[in-house]
Write a protein that binds this ligand. Structure first.
Ligand code: TXA
Ligand code: MG
Length: 319
């Protein structure tokens, strides 16, 4: 059921049930982080492997100490600059945070979401919410209550409707190695913004570091339809001339391609924030249309453009 009733969502959560909640990034599949029953249900509903840990959502920075310890100075700086907001910090966990939440690691991922509905809900709870994105494992993240309902239908009793997500892509994730900040996942806060606060940051690379580390699975955020990321749309259209093509474009429609019934434009003014807000909904629409192949135009690799490209790369990766 899709509802705006926060009290109803609260009642389900205190009884170890699961509720999809809106955040400013994407919708989350939320449960009491301190309840083994709730956490197990989240993994079950998402069909998520237990090796992939969950993010905790807390109501304020003051609650950080209840879930994390030995917090580096740079983490406080980042939290005070970006919380509430689309930045997740990976920190050493407090002993009572269960291994189920963290996949047995000694660290926990945590953020304060910046969405009025999520904040009102958290204020009425005395536990953090564990909430991965509200999509089946590997699928495109949901940015509306309808996307979530489409994925889970009646297997999920409540989707709390907070409208379309303002940011539209997931939070940026930063961890610490020997107190040095490391970027684990590009996201709604750009690297440029992060570096203005803490200076140059190391970027975790899959090849140099552990392959398939949490948050870095190469195939992720993926449509069911065959999808390709390309730099020259017009050229690529020719190589798929025998197929029904859908296009995901940055700024403008492609005039060489009358045959492409489906053309989605992310931002006619070339605004990255607007493009991020639209990218998953556009991918959802293309995936649900009857095209055989989706061609996705790469964005300029700066600011949030870099984060959107990161998601698009994972959406097309066939490994
Ligand atoms: O914007 C977001 O972050 C959304 C909203 C709902 O808050 N949540 C989200 O959750 O994107 P999820 O689970 O889809 O992605 C979180 C990523 C996962 O890939 C997980 O592997 C990684 O964070 N993660 C969680 N705990 C971690 C940890 N202790 N160390 C490293 N990565 C971790
Ligand atoms: Mg996800």
């Amino acid at each position: 059921m899709i509802t705006k009733n926060i009290a109803l969502a609260r009642d389900v959560l205190v009884q170890d049930g699961i509720v999809a909640i809106p955040t400013e990034t994407v919708y989350g599949l939320a449960g009491n982080a301190y309840s083994e029953t709730a956490v197990k249900q989240i993994f079950g509903l998402k069909k998520r492997p237990f090796f992939n840990p969950l993010i905790l959502h807390i109501k304020s920075m003051e609650c950080l100490h209840s879930v994390a310890r030995e917090i580096p100075e740079a983490a406080f700086k980042l939290a005070s600059s970006f919380w509430p907001g689309a930045l997740t910090l990976v920190l050493k966990k407090q002993a009572h945070i269960s291994d189920l939440v963290t996949s047995g690691m000694d660290t926990v991922a945590v953020r304060v979401p910046n969405h009025p509905v999520a904040m009102k809900l958290l204020e009425q709870l005395d536990f953090p919410l564990a909430a991965p994105s509200a999509n089946p494992f590997g699928s495109i993240s949901p940015t509306t209550a309808q996307h979530v309902h489409h994925y889970f239908e009646e297997t999920l009793s409540i989707v709390l409707d907070g409208g379309a997500c303002e940011k539209g892509i997931e939070s940026t994730i930063i961890g610490f190695e020997n107190d040095e900040p490391v970027l684990y996942r590009h996201g709604a806060v750009s690297i440029e913004e992060i570096e203005m606060v803490i200076g140059k940051i190391k970027i975790f690379t899959e090849k140099a570091d552990k392959p398939n580390a949490p948050g870095m699975l190469s195939r992720h955020y993926a449509p069911n339809t065959e999808t390709h990321l390309v730099t020259n749309i017009s050229e690529s259209i020719h190589s798929f001339s025998d197929k029904k093509i859908g296009l995901l474009l940055f700024k403008e429609k492609n005039s060489d391609s009358q045959d492409c019934l489906f053309q989605e434009v992310l931002s006619t003014t070339g605004d990255f924030d607007e493009a991020a807000r639209n990218v998953y909904a556009a991918l959802h629409r293309l995936d649900l249309s009857d095209v055989d192949v989706i061609l996705v135009e790469k964005l300029p690799d700066i600011g949030i453009g870099k984060s959107i490209n990161d998601r698009l790369k994972r959406a097309v990766n066939k490994e």
